[in-house]
Design a protein. Structure first.
Ligand SMILES: NC(=O)c1ccc[n+]([C@@H]2O[C@H](COP(=O)([O-])OP(=O)(O)OC[C@H]3O[C@@H](n4cnc5c(N)ncnc54)[C@H](O)[C@@H]3O)[C@@H](O)[C@H]2O)c1
Length: 446
C-alpha cells in the first residue's frame, strides 16, 4: 500500500516562512505505526460539513483522530464531546508540521478557497486526503491536486458523498445499460442561486474581529479584507468570489457527478454562460451554462450538450416527455436519450419516460455504500476510490470553468484540457488561476 510520509518540522518552518515549499523538495519519513493497525486522521475545519465528514470517518472502527484544526475556538464543542482529548490547532500548517510523523490522512472541510492550500501541503507530505467539494477554488488548482495525488500515489476522495448513494449509482447504471438508448443531451439544475445568502453585491463596513475567530487564518490564501459579522464566516462565504464558488460550485460537483460518471465525460471543448451580469465581488444570480463535450460510447456520435441552470431556472418541461401531473424536481438532471428520457432528482430515485408515459423497465436493485468509509477502507488497503482526484479533478475543472464563463457572460470559451488553456482569450485565461497571500501558496506540480 502507499506509505504515509512526512516532512521534518524544521524543514517545514524554513520552507513555509519563505512561503516557498515545493513539491519536489519535500523529504519523507515513514510513520512507525502502520495504517493496517489504525488510521491516524487529522481534520482541517471541524464544524459545518467538517463535522459531518469527521463523524462519518470517525465511525469507522480503524480511525483514530490525532489533530483537530479550526480557526474559531467556538466551533470545537461538537468534536470535543464526540472525540475528547484530541489536540486543537488554529493553523493547519502548524498542525501538519507538528503531527507530521503521527498523521496518515487528512480531511479538508474548510471554505473552498482553502481546500488546495491545505490539501496540497498535506499531499506534499504524503498524506491521503478526503477533501470537500468543489475540490478546489480554481481550474488550475484542480489540475495540481490531481497531478500531486497521482505523483505521490495517494488515496483520495472528494466529498460529494451522493456519488456513492444508491440513487445516483442506479441512475448511472440505467444510462450505461442503455435504458433510454444513447444520450443526445443533458440538462442539470438547482433552485439555489449564486448570491443566495448575503443578499448584497458590495462589501460591508468593517467590524472588530471577535476573540474566538482568527480572521487572518480564515482569510488564508485570499486577499486581505476586513472582518464583517454574518457576511463571510461561517457558511455565507459561498456568495463571494474570493472564497466560494456560487451555486454552480456548491451543487455542480454533486449534480453533474452522475452525468460525468454515466457518460464517461472528462472535459468540455467549449462553454458559454448567460446571466444578468455580475460584479467582481459576488457570484451572479440565476444563470445558464452551456457546455459541449466530445461524444463517448454512451452518447450519440456528435458533440453532446450539457446545460447547467440555477437560481430557479429549469429546462423546458416538454423536453422531459413527462406524463400529465408529473413535474420536474427542484434540482437534478434530465437525460435525453434516443428512446426516452431519465429524470434523476438531487437526491432521489431515477424515473424513466417515453412519449409522455412512464417507461416500464424493471429497475435493477443497487445498493449504496458509505462514501467516507469507502475512502478509509481504500487508504488502509492501498487502493483507489471511485471518486479520487483523477476523477474529481476533471469534474471540478469543468465546474470552475463554468464559473469563468459566468464572469464573462455571452462569450464562448474554447477549452484545451491537455494544454490547460482557454485559447485566444486572455481575459478568460487569467481566471484559470489566482494569486495567493504570502504563506498560503499552492506550488505547481513539476
Ligand atoms: N458535501 C456536501 O454535501 C457539503 C455540504 C455543505 C458544505 N460542503 C462543503 O464543505 C466545505 C465547508 O462548508 P461549510 O458549509 O461547512 O462551511 P462553514 O463555514 O459552515 O464551516 C467551515 C468550518 O471550517 C472552519 N474553517 C474556516 N477556515 C478554516 C481554516 N483556514 N482552517 C481551519 N478551519 C477553518 C470554520 O471555522 C468552520 O468550522 C465547503 O467546501 C463546502 O462546499 C459540502
Amino acid at each position: 500500500m502507499p506509505k504515509p510520509v512526512s516532512i521534518p518540522r524544521r524543514a517545514f518552518l524554513q520552507a513555509s516562512s519563505a512561503a516557498a515549499w515545493t513539491i519536489a523538495a519535500a523529504p519523507s519519513v515513514l510513520r512507525a505505526c502502520t495504517a493496517e493497525q489504525e488510521l491516524h486522521v487529522a481534520v482541517v475545519g471541524v464544524n459545518g460539513m467538517g463535522w459531518s465528514d469527521l463523524s462519518q470517518v470517525g465511525s469507522h472502527a480503524k480511525v483514530k483522530f490525532v489533530g483537530f484544526c479550526d480557526i474559531d475556538t467556538q466551533r470545537f464543542d461538537l468534536v470535543d464531546k464526540a472525540f475528547p482529548g484530541v489536540k486543537h490547532f488554529a493553523d493547519y500548517r502548524l498542525m501538519l508540521s507538528e503531527l507530521a510523523d503521527k498523521v496518515d490522512a487528512v480531511i479538508v472541510s474548510t471554505p473552498d478557497h482553502m481546500h488546495a492550500p491545505a490539501a496540497m501541503m498535506a499531499m506534499g507530505m504524503g498524506k491521503h486526503i478526503y477533501c470537500q467539494k468543489p475540490l478546489t477554488h480554481t481550474v488550475w488548482e484542480a489540475r495540481q491536486m490531481r497531478l500531486l495525488a497521482q505523483k505521490k500515489n495517494l488515496t483520495t476522495q472528494m466529498g460529494n458523498q451522493i456519488h456513492s448513494a444508491k440513487e445516483y449509482r442506479l441512475g448511472v447504471k440505467l444510462i450505461q445499460d442503455g435504458a433510454i438508448g444513447k444520450i443526445k443531451e443533458v440538462h442539470s439544475w438547482i433552485g439555489v442561486q449564486g448570491r443566495q445568502y448575503c443578499k448584497r453585491t458590495d462589501r460591508p463596513e468593517s467590524a472588530p474581529v471577535p476573540n474566538h475567530v482568527q480572521w487572518d487564518l480564515w482569510l488564508g490564501a485570499a486577499p486581505e479584507r476586513p472582518f464583517a459579522p454574518d457576511i463571510y464566516h461561517p457558511f455565507k462565504w459561498r456568495d463571494w468570489q474570493d472564497f466560494g464558488s456560487g451555486a454552480l460550485g456548491d451543487f455542480g460537483c454533486h449534480i453533474l457527478d452522475p452525468v460525468f460518471s454515466a457518460l464517461l465525460l472528462t472535459a468540455p471543448t467549449s462553454l458559454v454562460a448567460q446571466n444578468d451580469g455580475t460584479t467582481n465581488e459576488v457570484w451572479p444570480g440565476p444563470e445558464t451554462i452551456t457546455y459541449l463535450f466530445p461524444p463517448t460510447k454512451y452518447t450519440i456520435d456528435s458533440p453532446i450538450q450539457v446545460v447547467w441552470r440555477d437560481g430557479g431556472l429549469k429546462p423546458p418541461r416538454e423536453l422531459a416527455q413527462l406524463p400529465e401531473g408529473v413535474e420536474l424536481p427542484g434540482g437534478g438532471s434530465l437525460f435525453i436519450g434516443e428512446t426516452g428520457t431519465m429524470v434523476l432528482p438531487h437526491v432521489g430515485m431515477p424515473s424513466l419516460y417515453e412519449a409522455n408515459k412512464a417507461k416500464n423497465v424493471p429497475l435493477p436493485q443497487i445498493a449504496g455504500t458509505n462514501h467516507w468509509h469507502d475512502w478509509v477502507d481504500a487508504v488502509i488497503a492501498g487502493k483507489k476510490t471511485t471518486d479520487g482526484f483523477e476523477y474529481a479533478g476533471p469534474l471540478t475543472e469543468t465546474v470552475q470553468l463554468g464559473n469563468i464563463a459566468a464572469r464573462l457572460p455571452g462569450k464562448t470559451l474554447q477549452w484545451d484540457a491537455a494544454k490547460l488553456a482557454l485559447a485566444g482569450d486572455p481575459a478568460a485565461a487569467a481566471l484559470l488561476s489566482k494569486s495567493y497571500r504570502k504563506g498560503f501558496d499552492v506550488p505547481a506540480v513539476v
